[in-house]
Design a protein around this ligand. Structure first.
Ligand SMILES: [Zn+2]
Length: 290
């Protein structure tokens, strides 16, 4: 009895084709089992997003170099496995001869071989094609998140294409810091603006806005611009922008400035006198983040 005979014998017993053989599920042969098909490899790309793009969501058109089946390639059924992608192997065990299946070495499990191909294709009938893919990125993604587009990775002969994996990278903003769905801005006020009151421009995700600073504003106060933050990835709610007020103390003074300020040394209004309403840093943070 030669090997062919053994195979055909088992083929009869177990119903031939790749689909229903019990051995494939026992031995995890893969390949043609239960409609499972070969899958092309995944492609991974990085996309850098600004805070504005993250806040609103964005569509990006990205050039992807995909391995694709050349349109001129034709295939024929693999003679080694009769197109099943699987070959059977006999194993000698304590219980006698058993059979397992393995991926066909001739076709790599595809069940087919290249019959003819165009001049641009490699030996597997594939070529690299640059494709522009539009990727919709939802609002609220964060650094390191991985999105996946199924079927946009590398193709494979006789199988389904792999996935395109998109890794998100946040470009750090010069002025606005992200804290979850909130955006934090550190505003530095001159001592004069804090004492006299002022109207100042602050950057937001949607552009500049003017905010009013009350006279007698203390350093450390936090202002909230409602809904000026980042959309939640799972819903429609938007975070806020928190403006952290810092009163800037002059680091150097001219002779004239010094003498003017020294006039106020004895003035009662310049002596710190915090009331219960002038909360410390801890109370302010608690109020805003609870
Ligand atoms: Zn084969």
């Amino acid at each position: 009895m030669n090997m062919e005979d053994i195979f055909s014998q088992f083929g009869d017993v177990f119903g031939g084709g790749g689909g229903g053989s019990p051995f494939e599920s026992i031995f995890g042969g893969g390949g043609s089992r239960g409609g499972r098909r070969r899958k092309g490899t995944n492609l991974r790309i990085k996309i850098k997003l600004t805070l504005q793009e993250i806040a609103e969501g964005v569509e990006k058109k990205i050039k992807v170099n995909r391995l694709m089946v050349d349109p001129s390639t034709t295939f024929k059924s693999c003679p080694s496995c009769q197109g099943t992608g699987q070959v059977r192997k006999v194993m000698n065990t304590m219980l006698g001869q058993m059979m397992s299946s393995a991926t066909c070495p001739s076709c790599g499990g595809a069940g087919e071989l290249v019959d003819s191909k165009g001049s641009g294709a490699d030996n597997s009938g594939m070529n690299r094609t640059e494709e522009v893919i539009a990727i919709k990125i939802p609002a609220g993604v964060s650094d390191g998140i991985q999105l996946s587009m199924s079927g946009k990775g590398n193709e494979v002969a006789g199988g389904v294409a792999g996935d395109l994996l998109i890794v998100i990278e946040e470009i750090e903003d010069d002025q606005l810091k992200r804290d979850g769905n909130n955006v934090i801005y550190d505003l530095y006020l001159s001592f004069l603006d804090a004492a006299l009151g002022a109207s100042v421009e602050v950057p937001t995700i949607d552009g500049k806005v003017k905010i009013k600073i009350d006279s007698g504003t203390q350093s450390g106060k936090i202002l909230r611009l409602k809904g000026k933050g980042i959309k939640d990835i799972e819903g429609y709610r938007r975070g806020d922008q928190l403006i952290h007020l810092n009163v800037w103390t002059p680091k150097t003074l001219s002779k004239e400035e010094r003498s003017i300020l020294e006039n106020f040394k004895e003035s009662k209004n310049f002596i710190p006198a915090p009331s219960k309403n002038d909360k410390g840093f801890y109370e302010k943070m608690k109020e805003f983040f609870e």
